[in-house]
Design a protein around this ligand. Structure first.
Ligand code: SAH
Length: 249
C-alpha cells in the first residue's frame, strides 16, 4: 500500500499503536497554521527509535493540536555507519553543509578543530536542528549522531576500529575516484565503516596532512582538478562514497 502523503515530523515521544504524541509549539503552529491541517489529517512521525508511523491530527484543547499514532509504515532500520568529519565553517555555510551531509547519508557528524578552522565556538544545538530538518525532508528514519567538536587527532582516535578513512585531499593524485575507493576496499572480507574527512577553507596544515596520510586504512581522494569549497567537497565526496561503497548501490 502506498504510504499516505503528509508532512513528516521528528518527535521525541515513543511511537506505538494508539499512542498520543505531544508536539512542541513550533510543530503545532506548522501543522495547524502553516499546513492548515484539520483534525483527522494524516501526518508521518518518526523518533529515530520506533520506525515511521502514520498519525492522525487531533485537537488538543481550544487551540492546541496533537497526534495519535495509528500504524507503523516503516520499521526502524539499523543505524548507518558513514561518519563525516569536517572543520566547522561560518554559520550559513555550516547549516548548508550539515543538511547536505545528512541528505547524503552521513550517520555521524563530527566537527573537527584543525589549525586553520575559522570557527572556535560551535552551536551544537543548531547543528542538531539542521540534522533534524534534513532528516524530516529526506525521509530517513535514523537521526544522525552529532558529536561535540574535537581536535582532529581525538576525532580520528574515536572512529570505530577498521574504519576506512577517505581523506579528501586536493593535492592527491587525480584519478577515477570510484576505482581508487574500490581498490581501497579490495581484499576485505566485509565492508568496514567509512569516514570522510574534509578540511577548512584554508586546508589542512602540513602536520595534519602527515597525520592523516600516516593513518592505517586511509585513502587520499582527489575530488577532481578544481579546488572546491568545503561544503561543495562534502557533497562531492559523500556522493562518490555512497555510490561506490555505500547505500546507493
Ligand atoms: N587548500 C585549498 C583550500 C582547501 S578547500 C587551497 O589551496 O585553497 C577545503 C577542503 O575541501 C580541503 O581541505 C579538502 O578536504 C577539500 N577539497 C577541496 N577541493 C578538493 C579537491 N579537488 N580534491 C579533494 N579534496 C578537496
Amino acid at each position: 500500500m502506498e504510504a499516505p502523503a503528509g508532512p513528516r515530523l521528528f518527535v521525541a515521544a515513543d511511537l506505538a499503536e494508539g499512542a498520543a504524541v505531544g508536539l512542541d509549539r513550533d510543530q503545532m503552529n506548522y501543522l495547524a497554521n502553516v499546513m492548515r491541517l484539520k483534525p483527522g489529517a494524516a501526518v508521518l512521525a518518526f523518533n529515530g527509535r520506533d520506525g515511521e508511523w502514520l498519525c492522525s491530527l487531533e485537537a488538543a484543547g481550544r487551540k492546541d493540536v496533537a497526534l495519535r499514532a495509528t500504524r507503523q509504515l516503516r520499521p526502524q532500520p539499523a543505524p548507518g555507519t558513514v561518519a563525516y568529519l569536517f572543520a566547522p565553517l561560518k554559520s550559513a555555510r555550516l547549516d548548508y553543509m550539515a543538511q547536505k551531509a545528512v541528505e547524503m547519508g552521513a550517520a555521524i557528524l563530527q566537527p573537527v578543530l584543525t589549525r586553520r578552522t575559522q570557527v572556535s565556538r560551535l552551536n551544537l544545538d543548531r547543528l542538531r536542528a539542521n540534522a533534524i530538518e534534513a532528516a524530516e525532508q529526506c525521509g530517513i528514519l535514523g537521526l544522525p549522531e552529532v558529536r561535540p567538536e574535537a581536535r582532529l587527532d581525538r576525532a580520528l582516535a574515536a572512529l570505530a576500529a577498521g574504519t576506512l578513512l577517505v581523506f579528501c585531499d586536493e593535492d592527491a593524485p587525480t584519478g577515477n575516484p570510484v576505482d581508487i575507493l574500490r581498490a581501497a576496499m579490495a581484499g576485505r572480507a566485509t565492508a568496514p565503516p567509512v569516514a570522510v574527512v574534509v578540511g577548512p577553507e584554508g586546508g589542512f596544515d602540513p602536520e595534519e596532512r602527515r597525520m592523516l596520510a600516516a593513518r592505517a586504512d586511509v585513502v587520499r581522494l582527489s575530488l577532481g582538478p578544481r579546488i572546491l569549497r568545503a561544503d561543495t567537497a562534502a557533497v562531492a565526496a559523500l556522493a562518490i562514497v555512497q555510490s561506490t561503497l555505500g547505500d546507493w548501490g
